[in-house]
Design a protein around this ligand. Sequence first.
Ligand SMILES: CC(C)(COP(=O)(O)OP(=O)(O)OC[C@H]1O[C@@H](n2cnc3c(N)ncnc32)[C@H](O)[C@@H]1OP(=O)(O)O)[C@@H](O)C(=O)NCCC(=O)NCCS
Length: 141
Amino acid sequence: MLPRDLPEVLAIEQATFPIPWTHESFLHEIERNPFACNRVVRSSQGAVAGYTSAWMVDAEVRINNIAVGEEYRGLGYGEALLRSLLDLGKTLGCTAATLEVRPSNSAAISLYTKLGFRESGRRKGYYTDTREDALVMKAFL
Ligand SMILES: CC(C)(COP(=O)(O)OP(=O)(O)OC[C@H]1O[C@@H](n2cnc3c(N)ncnc32)[C@H](O)[C@@H]1OP(=O)(O)O)[C@@H](O)C(=O)NCCC(=O)NCCS
């Protein structure tokens, strides 16, 4: 993900999440966070179909954000994106990956389970908009 990708990334982000990340937060991850790994996946026409933002810190891939544009969902982009992130993490010496997900988000939970993530805990009232708990999921790489 480069700064020039941000208009497309932000369009997906704003259409997807109730509390979207801002331009500034993505830019901070791209330009100033030495632990950050931000990637996009492109359609065959070259448009940004999806993206992920993670930290690689203390031998762990911490996935902070992942989304695929609505018109590109169900086509394998999310899986390709996540697999490539986990492969990169493994290559760089990470031994595990973690993330938080809403228990109601069955599509994401199914994707994570497919790629080896299992529930490892819960954070009470983690999502400030609905006060929903977060499931913490972890995969060993
Ligand atoms: C979750 C998300 C990233 C999946 O991306 P995607 O490109 O649509 O997923 P893929 O086409 O690569 O599918 C891979 C796997 O995900 C799961 N999956 C994807 N869409 C699903 C759906 N609608 N229902 C159930 N499982 C689904 C399946 O396990 C699928 O594997 P399969 O094809 O063998 O059944 C996408 O739905 C999305 O952007 N959702 C909104 C943002 C979001 O919830 N992000 C996660 C926050 S924690």
